[in-house]
Design a protein around this ligand. Structure first.
Ligand code: FES
Length: 172
């Protein structure tokens, strides 16, 4: 049995038969194809919802790639996540315009209210915080993207309202 198999945490998709089947199918379908790494990672993110460390090691082994390469791709593109995303994603644009317009103060506010860091999900699985690159709405900086909706010119004191709207949408 390959070494990486022994290190898989209990709740990892590789230990859940239905998800393992999906992972193996994606790998088999793309084996030997040009650009297989990107295609496989994209499909895993879409179908499983995230790419765990164990999944990265498994993909590296199956595609015969160094684990550092797989890890490099996953950490470079913000589209990929290594843990499951919450039901709603709140992204903070850290592009130049948003940065100089004070996005950091809004990030601090979010961290203070939700008690999580960007890249993490609230315990109830409702909200994931993420950082993202420029979303093309620089004239509205600083920008926060909730799921697919852009909120422009967000001020720290307006941010709690955005979170309240998310919570309210769940209780309606
Ligand atoms: S820098 Fe934030 S939208 Fe462009």
């Amino acid at each position: 049995m390959p070494k990486t198999i022994n290190k898989i945490p209990a709740g990892d998709p590789l230990n859940i038969p239905e998800q393992k089947e999906i992972i193996d199918r994606i790998l088999q379908e793309n084996e030997g194809a040009v650009g297989a790494t990107m295609v496989v990672l994209n499909e895993l993110q879409s179908e499983i919802g995230f790419i765990s460390q164990a999944m990265q090691a498994y993909v590296a082994e199956k595609l015969g790639e160094p684990i550092s390469r797989i890890h490099g791709v996953v950490s470079f593109y913000s589209f990929f996540t290594t843990t499951p995303r919450g039901k709603h994603t709140v992204k903070f644009c850290v592009g130049t315009a948003c940065y100089v317009s004070g996005i950091n103060q809004i990030i601090d506010k979010a961290k203070q209210i939700l008690n999580i860091e960007p890249g993490e999900t609230t315990e109830d699985g409702l909200i994931t915080l993420e950082l993202c690159r420029c979303v093309g709405a620089c004239s509205q900086a600083p920008v926060v993207v909730v799921d697919d909706n852009i909120h422009g010119r967000v001020q720290p004191n307006r941010f709690p309202r955005i979170l309240q709207d998310i919570i309210k949408s769940e209780t309606e």
